[in-house]
Design a protein around this ligand. Structure first.
Ligand code: NAP
Length: 256
């Protein structure tokens, strides 16, 4: 442990289970000495996230469904009441209806399109607005994105459009919050088998293709995504904002 995040307070949204990218990030943050606050979406997830929080030595576990303004307000209130500075925030949240990740893109329903954008894109702005007042000494906000934002990947569909909006939001937020010394970036992770990824039809074919074609001839390891999150959260990343950092064994540079 090199204590890159000692004395830093971190809020991590989107930890659902041990396969979540947010879980790997939380583990890496814990290793580097950060104080953790975790959130969960709904009572269904509460016990699991509380147990994982205990294992990770989290200071607190808070409810936060990002579609519920009241829960975001409660989160803001908790941060205000604690009076602690917040240094880093990980937004690791996305959702689309399973059927919209399997049928032709043009068949995406209006409701399905709006839902995917509300949870996966708008929530970054909503979270940034919630946490910024607590980031009194500046800090780092990061989100997770995917190559489907700029390239057509079979079945990624509406989520690709949502990720394009997410990446543009990173740039607008970085521009706005830079004056408060808050950096905003995205990590574009390669494919990793998680609960969300399983919702994408034929996801295992994507994994096979990447491991054949990527420059490193393998898929990315979620621990590599987590270590990049440590870099962005730490003072080592102090000059980096408005960026999309690829952690995908180099796959994004290939033309086939
Ligand atoms: P995951 O474990 O399923 O994480 C997704 C998280 O989003 C879950 O914790 C889920 O909570 C949460 N969520 C969904 N709707 C929410 C809401 N309304 N309010 C609060 N939380 C909500 O899957 P993951 O792969 O780690 O995904 C994390 C992020 O990484 C996503 O943005 C994803 O697009 C991105 N990403 C993943 C990959 C990959 O291949 N896995 C690659 C690149 C980028 P519930 O489980 O309670 O619904």
């Amino acid at each position: 442990m090199s204590n890159l995040l000692q004395n830093k307070n971190a809020l991590i949204l989107g930890l659902a289970n041990r396969w979540s990218l947010a879980y790997y990030i939380a583990r890496a943050f814990q290793r580097e000495g950060a104080n953790l606050t975790l959130t969960y979406q709904g009572e269904r997830q509460r016990q699991t996230v509380e147990e994982l929080g205990q294992e990770l030595g989290a200071q607190r576990v808070v409810a936060c469904d990002v579609t519920q303004q009241q829960e975001l307000d409660q989160l803001a209130e908790i941060l205000r009441a604690e009076g602690e500075k917040l240094d880093t925030v990980v937004h690791s949240i996305a959702f689309a209806n399973r059927e919209d990740l399997a049928r032709p893109f043009s068949q995406t329903s209006r409701d399905g399109f709006l839902l995917a954008h509300e949870v996966s894109t708008y929530s970054l702005l909503a979270v940034a607005r919630t946490v910024a007042p607590a980031m009194t000494e500046g800090g780092s906000i990061m989100t997770l994105t995917y190559l489907g934002s700029t390239r057509v990947l079979t079945n990624y569909n509406v989520m690709g459009v949502a990720k394009a909006g997410l990446e543009a939001s990173v740039r607008y937020l970085a521009s706005e919050l830079g004056a408060c010394n808050i950096r905003v970036n995205a990590i574009s992770a390669g494919p990793v088998k998680t609960a969300s990824a399983r919702g994408i039809k034929d996801f295992s074919k994507i994994l096979d293709h990447v491991s054949e074609v990527a420059p490193l001839k393998r898929n990315c390891d979620p621990a590599e995504v987590a270590d990049t999150a440590v870099f962005l959260a730490s003072d080592l990343g102090r000059g980096v904002t408005g960026n999309i950092l690829f952690v995908d064994a180099g796959y994004h540079i290939m033309a086939y």
